[in-house]
Design a protein around this ligand. Structure first.
Ligand code: SF4
Ligand code: SF4
Ligand code: SF4
Length: 352
């Protein structure tokens, strides 16, 4: 592998050939603002916010996410010229943006808001026609407000490149460009598998997790990292907790699942506080359930097991275990059936 040496903001760095200037800067701990870049996605160069000044190039300010390093390159990531250009880019985005921060779910985690704050951009000097789209609220979990969309394309790329679904893509040209499903149907009528990856990727408030709406902003919740209980993959996720209630689930990027989740892990948490959730064992008598203690219920199960085994033999019994419990519990379960009951009739829901 060949290495290339370059200077970024007066500091020398050596990186592998083919590295981008953005990645080289990050290696030095220099943060360049981005709206459309993500490590996991192909490079789009769509937002242009990561522009830098390269000495000897008087023609333009190249986007650092798409600019490969070159030997001897001298880069300035935060010069007055760069900052001024970034301000104009932010103003151009705001020219077609509702500025609804007071009620927006993304307030506090929105990157557009964050960069406008950092660059002192309060309003846009560009006025003109604005895009108007109806909110797509048909999907059970995702609300789409395309008036807030800045066309960074991260949702399109994560859906195609990571999920392999391709439920959405760019549609239209120029001013009419928008992110749409095939035939511009509602997201609910698309091949979307409700993984919610697009919500996680969206740098603004264009995509909202409906079950979390109005229940607390990012800075109001406590994030409790845990393991998803739905299957044996054991994805890491962060339960967003407010007032002792789970109000949402967000990604844990540094995990073996790299933050990605399926619909169950992402949206299947409301059962935790469901008032109809069973809290005690129930025993059926005369066709009706009554509440029982764990001791009573387990004694009854043991008694029935013994009766069946005595009358029909151990192979009259079978056990099906669950992917929602730990490996250790599954081990104990099969051990119980084999060694205590005396049958190999044991299986697991994930194999059925
Ligand atoms: S998307 Fe960001 S900038 Fe736009 S209204 Fe929401 S918080 Fe404000
Ligand atoms: S929820 Fe998942 S499948 Fe549906 S559009 Fe978003 S990324 Fe694609
Ligand atoms: S919906 Fe969000 S992620 Fe998708 S293009 Fe618009 S701003 Fe980007």
């Amino acid at each position: 592998m060949r290495f290339v040496s370059l200077t970024i903001d007066g500091r020398q760095v050596e990186v592998a050939e083919g590295t981008t200037v953005l990645e080289a800067a990050r290696k030095l701990g220099i943060e360049i603002p981005t709206l459309c870049y993500d490590n996991d996605l192909s490079i789009a160069g769509a937002c242009r916010l990561c522009i830098v000044e390269v000495e000897g190039n008087n023609k333009n300010l190249p986007a650092s996410c798409a600019l490969p390093v070159a030997e001897g390159m001298v880069v300035h990531t935060n010069s007055p010229k760069v900052r001024e250009a970034r301000k104009i880019i932010l103003e151009l985005l705001l020219a077609n943006h509702p500025l609804d921060c007071l009620t927006c779910e993304a307030n506090g985690r929105c990157k557009l808001q964050q960069y406008c704050y950092e660059y002192g951009v309060k309003e846009s000097r560009f006025s003109g026609e604005r895009r108007h789209f109806a909110i797509d609220d048909n999907h059970p979990f995702i609300e789409r407000d395309l008036e807030k969309c800045i066309l960074c394309g991260k949702c399109v790329r994560v859906c195609q490149e990571v999920q392999g679904v391709g439920a959405i893509d760019y549609s239209g040209r120029g001013f009419d460009t928008k992110v749409a499903t095939f035939m511009d149907r509602s997201l609910a009528d698309s091949p979307c598998v409700s993984c919610g990856q697009c919500i996680y990727m969206c740098p603004v408030g264009a995509l909202t997790a409906k079950p979390s709406k109005g229940k607390g902003r990012d800075f109001e919740v406590t994030k409790v990292v845990t393991t998803c209980g739905y299957c044996g993959v054991g994805c890491q996720l962060a339960l967003n907790v407010k007032d002792d209630k789970i109000v949402g689930v967000t990604n844990v990027p540094d995990s073996h699942n790299q933050g990605y989740l399926c619909v169950k892990g992402r949206f299947g948490y409301e059962f935790v506080d469901d008032p109809e959730r069973l809290t005690t064992p129930l025993i059926k008598e005369n066709g009706k359930f009554r509440e029982a203690s764990w001791e009573e219920a387990l004694d009854l199960v043991a008694q029935k097991f013994n009766e069946i085994r005595a009358k029909y033999g151990p192979d009259a019994l079978a056990g099906v275990s669950s992917a929602r419990v730990t490996n250790e519990e599954n081990y104990l379960f099969q051990k119980f059936f084999r060694a205590v009951i005396g049958t190999n009739n044991v299986d697991h829901c994930a194999r059925l």
